[in-house]
Design a protein. Structure first.
Length: 303
């Protein structure tokens, strides 16, 4: 019963956060100076009367509250309106850009999680100083080196100088860069937790029985590492989203980051609003799911 109440509370909190994000993003898009008509006027020299008529046609002259309620009702049904600049359904534009963003985010997340857990568990089981030093170096990397700057250097080295990868559209390079950044944020706290776990009674008993290091790592340390890794994964998600969007712009990937940048330049507020809302709400949902799973797999939190 307590577990069910906790899940319901997490779902209610998620819904409230999502609703708050929708309202904030909508208001920020509306109070920002300029709109698509202003951009078109600069490009095509519209008269004041033509600008007024065009704003009415695009629905830009509606009261904010009416516009918010109308947009929210349509968004819940999957209709984010039409792009003011291209005249295409925004939902279709998001559907086209989303696979690239999901591939980049999921790939970098998996690489970071596997690298962090592999290094941390190996260092904790073997006590190898080189592995522990590697964990610390990756942690310093993630703190001191912004992913955008690393991406610029990677393009210069691997694309311009060595010619191993294309300058535009290389997906492997940003996955590795963001993955290492994520590993640095997860690996060091995970290693500290695992070092404590190696002194626990069940690990000492396993060693006394003569179990090998691989078996101790898989059956005794990995169950300890999983709840910690889940908790840390939720913390790095926000940075993962930001890094993914900036890497898309840097490497010319046709994802949500590039879509939002082009929409901002063109004052295409329906696209900007929908893209930011989708990313933010997805982040809220993923954090809520990770929190629920974390409570489910960690008996210490279920009390």
């Amino acid at each position: 019963m307590a577990q069910l109440s906790r899940i319901l509370l997490a779902l209610l909190r998620m819904a409230a956060q999502a609703a708050g994000i929708v309202v904030i993003v909508f208001l920020l898009c509306r109070i920002a100076p300029g709109d698509a008509v202003d951009r078109l006027a600069l490009e095509g020299g519209l008269t004041s009367a033509e600008e007024t008529a065009l704003r009415h046609e695009m629905g830009l002259d509606q009261p904010i509250l009416v516009d918010l309620l109308t947009w929210s009702a349509h968004a819940l049904a999957g209709d984010f309106g039409q792009s003011l600049r291209y005249g295409r359904p925004v939902a279709d534009m998001l559907a086209t850009a989303l696979p690239t963003t999901l591939t980049l985010a999921a790939g970098s997340f998996v690489v970071g999680l596997l690298l962090a857990m592999g290094l941390a568990v190996s260092a904790a089981v073997t006590g190898n100083r080189v592995l522990a030093l590697t964990v610390n170096l990756v942690n310093v990397w993630s703190i001191a080196l912004p992913t955008f700057c690393v991406g610029v250097v990677a393009i210069l080295v691997f694309s311009v100088w060595l010619g191993w990868l294309p300058v535009i559209g290389a997906l492997a390079m940003p996955i590795v860069i963001i993955g290492i950044d994520n590993a640095g944020q997860i690996g060091k706290p995970l290693l500290e937790e695992l070092r404590e776990a190696t002194t626990s009674a069940h690990v000492r008993t396993a060693r006394a029985k003569g179990l090998g290091r691989p078996r101790i790592a898989v059956f005794h340390l990995l169950p300890t590492a999983l709840p910690v890794a889940l908790a840390l994964s939720g913390l790095v998600l926000a940075g993962l989203v930001a890094g993914t969007l900036t890497m898309e712009i840097l490497f010319g990937l046709p994802g949500l980051g590039s879509l939002m940048l082009n929409a901002i330049h063109g004052r295409d507020y329906p696209v900007v609003q929908a893209a930011i809302t989708v990313v933010a709400v997805a982040l809220v949902v993923i954090n809520a799911v990770i929190d629920i799973i974390h409570h489910a797999v960690d008996p210490r939190l279920a009390r």
